[in-house]
Ligand binder design. Structure first.
Ligand code: COA
Length: 369
């Protein structure tokens, strides 16, 4: 019988992502993620995930053109956003909006791989615009129209704040999008594949993935990390705070991983950017508190931080509101989710495991009549 939570179970072959939890290595389609972060932009990585190859110059230009064309939201989407309760959690709003996108798309039932790739690209562009617009609307600000000349990363920050980010901030955010774009059979990606494997449509698969990402044991952890850093308030209080949580048998958010037994390679970049941005913006406290928390977790539990830990302070320093951290994660992971849906459709078999039944048998009905 499989261990609880399907731990260590290999569910299927995949050519998209290699995750070596012992060596702390993450590889997208053959390329180490560190190499991709150093040398590529999010658009190139998305192309790589979808098609299996890095784009040639003309392909990259074409993809950028398409993403830019897909970024403006339709009138129907603006109306929907206006009608939904602005106080609802942004992840729930995003889930509803992505589901709604599928209502009017006549291509949704298509089984043509080229059409599904088009929808994957469109959803990746639109999800970022939806997240930015959710924030603008609830603040009573009008939505900001996308700026076609900007990268996916820079444009998102622009649509969120109405200000063009400086080059370094945009590059760091671009790196964040790459680091969050894909991660093998994590819970939300697996959820997307289970849905796609029934030959349901790509909108249903991504709606389900958003629902799975929302939970605090998965993508919801990054928001909780920022709330914890704010509650701790200063580095000298970090050790006591963490020890109290551990003594109460509570999880410290942003630590631990089902697969990594060593440092999460994504955390290495995020730690560096948290320090850099903190120093640059005169807010070193978030990095310092994070370091203090990390030290205690290693001393007391030998548990490493995961992607959600330092991404919290990085996103905060980039001006992203805390309750948008998980939707921003979804905006990056849209590329990986949709790549997995395409791969599932290309060689599909229904995903249908067995349960190990541990309930009673042979009960006889005693009629109450
Ligand atoms: N804080 C404190 N203890 C933790 C911990 C954390 N963040 N993560 C794991 N542990 C401990 C557990 O208490 C358990 O200890 P025990 O064996 O003494 O009971 C052990 O490590 C195994 O944890 P478990 O929850 O069974 O591992 P898992 O593989 O099922 O869960 C996570 C993996 C990611 C869900 C888990 O580490 C977690 O809840 N982390 C916090 C949430 C988070 O950051 N999620 C984002 C993941 S990218």
């Amino acid at each position: 019988m499989a261990g609880a939570g399907l731990q260590d179970v290999i569910a299927s072959d995949s050519k998209i992502c290699l995750l070596d939890g012992v060596k702390g290595r993450l590889v997208y389609r053959g390329y180490d993620v560190a190499d991709l972060v150093e040398h590529c932009g999010f658009e190139e990585v998305a192309h790589l995930l979808w098609t299996g190859a890095l784009p040639k110059a003309a392909e990259l230009a074409e993809l950028k053109r398409k993403l830019a064309a897909h970024r403006p939201l339709s009138g129907a989407m603006h109306h929907l956003l206006g009608d939904l309760p602005a106080s609802a959690p942004p992840m729930s709003l995003l889930r509803t909006c992505v589901s709604a996108m599928g209502l009017t798309d006549p291509r949704a039932e298509s089984s043509d791989p080229a059409v599904n790739l088009e929808m994957a690209q469109e959803m990746t562009a639109q999800i970022a615009s939806i997240v930015a617009s959710i924030h603008r609307l609830r603040r009573g600000h009008g939505p900001v129209q996308p700026e076609p000349g900007l990268s996916h990363a820079a444009n998102f920050l622009y649509m969120l704040s109405g200000r063009r980010p400086d080059e370094r901030a945009a590059r760091i955010f671009d790196g964040c999008l790459i680091l969050h774009a894909e991660h093998e059979f994590n819970a939300s990606t697996f959820a997307a594949r289970v849905i796609a494997a029934t030959l349901s449509d790509i909108y249903s698969a991504i709606t389900g993935a958003i629902g799975a990402l929302r939970g605090p044991l998965h993508g919801g952890a990054n928001q909780k990390v920022m709330l914890m850093l704010q509650e701790i308030g200063q580095p000298s209080r970090a050790a006591d705070h963490v020890r109290r949580l551990l003594a109460a048998k509570q999880k410290v958010m942003g630590f631990g991983h089902r697969v990594y037994k060593t440092e999460d390679p994504r955390a290495t970049f995020l730690r560096r950017w948290s320090q850099e941005l903190g120093e640059k913006l005169g807010q070193p406290q978030w990095f310092e508190i994070s370091q203090a928390v990390e030290r205690v977790m290693l001393e007391e539990k030998k548990i490493h931080c995961n992607v959600d830990f330092y991404s919290a302070s990085v996103y905060h320093l980039l001006g992203i509101p805390t309750d948008l951290f998980t939707p921003v994660f979804a905006a990056s992971r849209a590329a990986g989710w949709t790549a997995h849906v395409l791969e599932q459709y290309a060689d599909n078999r229904l995903i249908r495991p067995l349960a190990h039944y541990v309930g009673p048998v042979d009960l006889k009905v005693q009629s109450a009549k």
